[in-house]
Design a protein around this ligand. Structure first.
Ligand code: G6P
Length: 650
């Protein structure tokens, strides 16, 4: 969704802002803009509907671009006066500014609605992520007092409020922002600059992420760490309604909502710049798919002791006694994380013999769910910022449940809301369609299910050790799938013209299908639905085009999970049923299976793994299958239309 970058220092800010905005592109957006202090008490705002590249082009064409993103510490020539913010500083040399990528909520994507937004005088510029829920009342009040609005955004009220508060606070921007924030409800991350406050930026947040750091030549703030990883690995996370003041000499001051100075603890970003780069791959999605052997290895590493035969989760803030007294587990999540939750549910129920439910987070809080202090709520979110999941977490906490968060992002909101946090080791995931984070979530949930069973006395250490030993083989097996993709590509090529595709499976195979169908629809825009194979005869089988019986060109593709499992024979019957109605069956099957090859010529073989671990291998060809079809359609696999990487609105 929206992205914020703000920089003040002694080096040009344009390259830092543009570079940061490019790094945030993966989150999904529809317009972009910058506001810079260009001296003589003025701000210059340049914004456009469209991509950051279009904004850059305008800057190039108007001579406002600065070509280097180097934050090397060398002070540039600033023209006649070399004081940042001094009179007549060219845009390209300005050293204080804010930038934004907008994902439209209030008002269409347009230049007027793009951020930065400004006050009546054009002296105050604001960029904002989130939604100001009381904006309509504030806007009416401000208009009543004579303020002129030029956009349809909720954000614009912030600029006008600061304008009023700045005058009331005797031109103290920090006080003005604090007073403004006190009047806002909803979610926001804000960065503010004022034409008459050279070298100064004020940032704040509520229910929307914001990180701050020092660089070699100044201070930087951003809504997400990829925007600042190039300049610093040590960052500060703000708590709700805290304020940070960034000075051009790199000094940072932090204040709580009451205005008292605070000293937050810095957090070191664990991943590298390499994670934010494509590293020779044509797209991030492919790179991230190929990282999966490493991700699974890192996520399971160190969790099992061969000496004791036990799994450990030392960070869990639940005693063995409390674990024994849990009566129920509810997993809440959205999208791909929800699918990981479905797999976790089956494993926990099977091994720990506990009732487990997986709920779509956006529905959970509206159905008056049964949550008690004896419920363990597991909230899964790659980003840790998904609003629906966070709301479910809040509800669970209010009901007295212990909330265990599984996330990929250190310092994300979910890590502050939950009682316990378990991190997957996926590192930064850039492609909107989740791949490596899904495998990491499933790997962690598998271990956690084993742990729960072990602690509740439902699984012997021998059985735990056996599963763990099989898990240790997974990185090699996943790598095997990635090395030999010919059958995946050829099956995908068979489906290039399809308007719709069905995915069928049984047991965990059905869940793998839900995720496979989601991948296909989100990146290729081909309609795809997944069904429990036993259910197709109750309706979905009607979707198969009977003309496929005589014309292979119009056959409806049916992707069938047909790996060796307890329901293998039944699955073969379901495959026969769809073949008999003219479907083109793409089967994912266990290496060495000869029966499947008698039914269809389109088979993707994967290594044999225990059924409980099959999602960790069988999901991989479906990711590549979806990607290949998307590429055949000319789609941007990293940034699919209409989607955002982290969805911070409900
Ligand atoms: C968005 C993304 C999905 C993701 C879902 C949940 O819709 O496009 O890929 O699965 O959010 O995200 P989370 O960060 O909570 O796992």
């Amino acid at each position: 969704m929206c992205g914020i970058v703000a920089f003040t220092g002694t080096s040009p800010t344009v390259p830092v802002l543009l570079n940061g905005l490019r790094r945030l592109e993966y989150r999904g957006y529809d317009s972009a803009g910058l506001a810079l202090q260009t001296g003589d008490g003025s701000l210059e705002i340049i914004k456009r509907a469209g991509k950051v590249a279009e904004l850059e082009q305008i800057l190039e064409e108007t001579g406002k671009a600065h070509t280097s993103a180097d934050d090397s510490g060398t002070k540039p020539a600033l023209g006649e006066k070399d004081t940042p913010g001094a009179a007549n500083t060219p845009f390209s040399q300005a050293t204080t500014g804010i930038g934004h990528t907008r994902w439209a909520t209030h008002g269409v994507p347009s230049e007027a609605n793009a951020h930065p937004q400004h006050d009546c005088s054009g002296s105050i510029a604001v960029v904002h992520n989130g939604i100001i829920e009381n904006y309509a009342i504030l806007r009416a009040e401000l208009q009543g007092r004579g303020h002129r609005f030029v956009s349809q955004t909720d954000t614009e009220v912030v600029a006008h409020l600061i304008e009023e508060e700045y005058a009331a606070a005797h031109e103290d921007l920090v006080l003005a922002v604090r007073a403004t924030v006190a009047r806002l409800s909803g979610s926001f991350a804000l960065a503010v600059c004022h034409a008459s406050e050279p070298g100064l930026l004020v940032v704040t947040r509520n229910d929307s992420p914001l990180v701050v750091g020092k660089t070699k030549t100044g201070a930087i703030a951003a809504s997400d760490t990829p925007a600042l990883i190039e300049y610093t690995r040590e960052v500060y996370y703000l708590d709700d309604r805290d304020l940070a003041v960034l000075h051009e000499n790199g000094t940072l001051h932090f204040f709580d909502p009451a205005g008292s100075a605070i000293v937050p603890t810095p957090v070191t970003i664990e991943w590298d710049l390499e994670d934010a780069e494509r590293g020779g791959y044509p797209d991030f999605m492919l790179k991230e798919i190929h990282e999966q052997p490493r991700v699974v290895k890192d996520t399971i590493a160190g969790r099992y002791s061969a000496a004791t035969g036990r799994i450990s989760f030392e960070e869990l803030a639940l005693s063995p006694r409390e674990l024994k007294h849990i009566e129920r587990v509810i997993i809440v999540a959205c999208g791909t994380s929800y699918h990981a939750g479905l797999i976790g549910r089956d494993l926990m129920e099977t091994w720990a013999r506990l009732p487990v439910e997986t709920a779509v987070a956006s529905e959970f809080r509206y159905r008056n769910p049964l949550v008690t202090p004896k419920t363990l709520v597991i909230a899964i979110s790659q980003s840790g910022e998904t609003a629906d999941t966070l709301e479910a977490v809040k509800l669970a906490r209010l009901a007295g449940a212990h909330v265990l968060a599984i996330t990929n992002v250190v310092g994300s909101r979910i890590t502050r809301e939950a009682n316990t946090v378990l991190y997957i080791k996926a590192h930064l995931e850039i492609a909107v369609a989740a791949t490596k984070s899904f495998l990491a979530q499933v790997a962690l949930l598998t271990l956690f299910a084993l742990y729960l069973a072990q602690e509740r006395g439902q699984l012997e250490s021998g059985a735990v050790g056996e599963v763990y030993a099989a898990m240790e083989q997974l990185p090699r097996q996943i790598a095997g799938v990635l090395e030999d993709t010919a059958s995946i590509i050829s099956c995908a090529s068979e489906c290039g013209n399809a308007q719709t595709a069905l995915f069928i499976g049984r047991g965990v195979g059905a869940t793998i299908c839900y995720e496979g169908a989601l991948k296909l629809k989100e990146i290729s825009y081909v309609h795809a639905e997944a069904f429990a194979a036993g259910e197709i005869k109750h309706g979905p089988i009607a979707l198969i085009n009977p003309e496929g019986l005589t014309d292979p060109q119009v056959q409806t593709p049916v992707v069938a999970m047909a790996c060796k499992s307890a329901t293998y024979d039944k699955m073969l019957s379901n495959i026969e049923e769809v073949l008999a109605r003219g479907a083109k069956v793409i089967a994912v099957a266990t290496a060495g299976d000869t029966r499947i090859a008698e039914l269809t010529g389109h088979v993707i073989f994967i290594p044999e793994v225990p059924e409980c671990l099959s999602p960790l291998v069988a999901s991989v060809p479906l990711q590549l299958f979806a990607r290949h079809i998307a590429l055949m359609h000319g789609a941007n696999v990293d940034q699919p239309r209409n989607l955002a990487k982290s969805v911070t609105v409900e």
